[in-house]
Design a protein around this ligand. Structure first.
Ligand SMILES: Nc1ncnc2c1ncn2[C@@H]1O[C@H](COP(=O)(O)OP(=O)(O)OP(=O)(O)O)[C@@H](O)[C@H]1O
Length: 252
């Protein structure tokens, strides 16, 4: 794998209880590239992220990565309820055996990067709002200095204004740290703000239906460009025709 490739999925296929949910997936993500993954509900986006991150063993195909260290951010922040925000952020460092003083210093620096107020670091998850909890989750991802981050619909549960602020945090962090990312979202505006490229999964699990590059760099596109790009996708581009089709029977 070339030094420029951060993640490569080749011929990935997967099934649950004999039912195929993904097949023929080939995808390469470059160094410092942010790829948004979209597709109708239930088409296998989370499964693909879990396979790419090594959490689920695929039935077919191979996963190769050139990154050193990855982190994950999920839709639910998945914080330890008995630990303070500081200890939640520092948790991966504790697992890695880092000393207390260093853990705390790095956790405080990571909290500052996501504008999490230092006065709230001693609070427990139950005392934090949904947005603050998700900031803690992002800080916990950043604290290990990852060069790849998997995001699985991290902002779906947040209101519109908060979502936008969180997207800005991710854009800023990715520009500063130059990590690569695979970012699952239902929201094309979010994809068009955050990513370099949008990948659309086939609605019936048969590979990648297509992909589209996005103009310029994330963080440099103004709202008009983002809005017009998404409008064009939805109005004129057959690739995006099915992404909001949901057949709940298939999800059971
Ligand atoms: N652990 C599991 N066991 C059995 N079936 C599963 C499991 N995880 C997912 N599925 C099924 O596999 C299909 C794909 O699920 P997955 O969560 O990967 O899709 P998704 O595109 O991320 O969905 P959504 O957009 O609704 O989050 C769905 O039909 C789901 O019910």
């Amino acid at each position: 794998m070339s030094a420029e490739t951060s993640l490569r999925l080749a011929h990935i296929g997967h099934a649950y209880f004999g039912r195929t949910v993904l097949d023929h997936i080939d995808l390469a993500i470059g160094a410092s590239e942010v790829v948004a993954l979209v597709g109708p509900s239930g088409c296998g986006k989370s499964t693909l992220v879990h396979i790419a991150a090594g959490i689920v063993e695929p039935l077919r195909g191979t996963v190769a990565h050139g990154y050193r260290r990855h982190a994950m951010v999920f839709q639910e922040p998945r914080l330890l309820p008995w630990a303070s925000a500081r200890d939640n952020i520092a948790y991966p460092l504790r697992i890695a055996g880092r000393g207390r003083r260093q853990r705390h210093a790095l956790a405080e620096a990571a909290a500052a990067r996501v504008s999490f107020d230092a006065v709230d670091l001693d609070k427990y998850p139950v005392e934090l709002s949904g947005g603050m909890r998700q900031r803690v989750a992002i800080a916990r991802a950043l604290v290990v200095d990852p060069d790849f981050i998997f995001f699985d619909e991290p902002f779906t549960a947040l209101d519109v204004a908060l979502k936008r602020r969180m997207q800005d945090l991710v854009i800023e962090a990715s520009r500063a740290s130059r990590f690569s990312a695979l970012f699952v979202t239902h929201d094309l505006i979010e994809a068009a703000r955050i990513a370099h490229r949008i990948i659309v999964l086939d609605a019936n699990g048969d590979g990648i239906a297509g992909e589209r590059p996005l103009p310029g760099e994330p963080g440099e596109r103004d709202d008009r460009v983002v809005f017009e790009t998404v409008q064009r996708f939805l109005r004129d581009d057959p690739l995006f025709r099915h992404i909001h089709d949901v057949d709940e029977r298939k999800l059971a």
